[in-house]
Write a protein that binds this ligand. Structure first.
Ligand SMILES: C[S@@+](CC[C@H](N)C(=O)[O-])C[C@H]1O[C@@H](n2cnc3c(N)ncnc32)[C@H](O)[C@@H]1O
Ligand code: SF4
Length: 405
């Protein structure tokens, strides 16, 4: 990564195509205690280590931001153990800001650039749109010191408070879900992972900076089963800061949300992307262990307290059920987000469909796009359009070769 940014206050002209607002406002912390620029930061994930028969050395990727004291990486990377404040200005985070201002692509962000190169929506696009007021390159450059430091507390946090989950979805894996861990994991690792529960420094930092937090995103694992998620909500309520905070979730909505619902009225807003990858049997096949009726009941319960939409991860198992899903959403009056296309595992990606099925799938998607457009339902139409491009711009071999697996 080039560290020589143009620091005369003027971002490079190419920065619009490479920069992301998140390194200036946000920090992510993974299920197993690695900090990231965001939740799709490639350097944060060390999945191959969990395939080892014998306990491996938990060496952090060179490009990773750092690790938390309670993580399994701490012992093997003593020089890179840090708290959230230090992580926000760790050497790799500072280099990332400078490279982005310099119009350079950052290796750790290849997941987004890959999607953009293949016609799909990227998280970078999404957050730059959402935080358009903050995504002013001149203003970001002005807030960035010569070595890349930003002297602020990240107002947007995505801390994954462990992997506890009741489901074992077909496209998910260990260590993301403890239920996957219960079935299949290396013997040296416990099914449940939660590096933050006893991290006193983290909780003290969160308490001290609670007044600066404006947005939280919860996923996991299943957030409605995570003790740390409840502790975080309670901390903001106790310190009188909840009213400043927008909270957003991805939840499988198959466990009771009632404990969280009691806290929701304290917050500025609550948005829930209810993960829904099919209707009825298709839902239950993909979301192994989940019951469609429970999902629908929780959906109805939550709608009184939160803004709820359907969060779909398009993949081979639900491509032919997207019509049902969209019709269900119309009936319920719900918005649908289809941007999170499954890339891994490659055999579940729609890009790995045989050529003749892609032809039929293209017709189906074209028909659905026309249907949504006719209804003035622009967001799903745009996501389906991106899905069609993504499917057709890649051959199955390309999925592996281009490093998305
Ligand atoms: C990992 S889950 C965690 C939150 C919660 N348990 C849930 O299912 O919504 C967050 C989102 O990632 C999606 N997801 C899971 N596995 C995926 C994969 N292999 N590729 C893309 N998205 C995936 C889920 O469908 C869900 O919408
Ligand atoms: S519910 Fe979420 S975390 Fe649990 S297995 Fe499914 S995708 Fe993974």
């Amino acid at each position: 990564m080039n560290t020589q940014a143009n620091r005369n206050g003027t971002p490079d002209a190419a920065a619009n195509e490479t920069a992301c607002v998140l390194p200036w406002i946000h920090l992510c912390a993974s299920i197993d205690g690695v900090y990231g620029r965001c939740c799709v930061d490639d350097s944060m994930y060390h999945n191959a280590l969990y395939d080892q028969q014998d306990e491996p050395v938990f060496a952090l990727n060179d490009d990773a931001i750092g690790c938390s004291p309670g993580s399994r990486y701490a012992r093997d990377n003593p020089d890179r153990v840090m708290g959230v404040q230090e992580a926000f200005n760790s050497p790799n985070m500072k280099r990332t800001r400078l490279a982005m201002l310099n119009g350079q692509r950052v290796d750790a962000c290849k997941y987004c650039y890959f999607r953009e190169d293949h016609g799909a929506q990227s998280y970078r696009h999404n957050v730059n749109r959402r935080f358009h007021q903050e995504f002013n390159l001149d203003a970001l450059a002005a807030r960035t010191s010569a070595d890349g430091t930003v002297e602020e507390f990240p107002f947007f946090l995505d801390i994954r408070f462990g992997n506890t989950c009741n489901l074992r979805c077909v496209m998910c894996t260990y260590p993301v879900s403890s239920s996957w861990g219960a079935k299949q994991r290396p013997r040296w690792s416990a099914a449940v992972i939660d590096p933050y529960r006893d991290d006193e420094e983290l909780w003290a930092t969160l308490r001290e900076n609670a007044h600066l937090i404006r947005r939280l995103y919860f996923a996991g694992g299943e957030p409605f089963l995570q003790p740390g998620h409840f502790a975080m909500l309670e901390l903001l309520v106790e310190t009188g800061n909840a009213g400043n905070v927008d909270i957003a979730y991805n939840s499988n909505l198959t466990v009771s949300p009632e404990r969280a619902m009691a806290l929701f009225p304290h917050f500025k807003s609550v948005g829930i992307g209810a993960s829904c990858d099919g209707v009825g049997e298709v839902f239950e096949y993909i979301r192994t262990g989940g019951k469609w009726d429970d999902f629908v009941a929780n959906l109805h319960l939550l709608r009184s307290e939160a803004d709820v939409w359907l969060q779909v991860s398009p993949q081979r198992h639900n491509l032919w059920d997207l019509r049902n899903l969209l019709e269900f959403a119309r009936t319920e009056g719900l918005d649908v987000d289809l941007a999170n296309v499954v890339q891994w595992p490659p055999d579940l990606s729609i890009a790995s469909l045989p050529a003749e099925e892609k032809v039929r799938a293209t017709d189906e998607l074209t028909d659905l796009i026309a249907w949504c457009t006719g209804l003035g339902w622009d967001k799903p139409a745009a996501h389906l359009d991106a899905l069609r491009s993504f499917m057709n711009s890649l051959d199955p071999a390309g999925l592996v070769e281009e490093g998305v697996s």
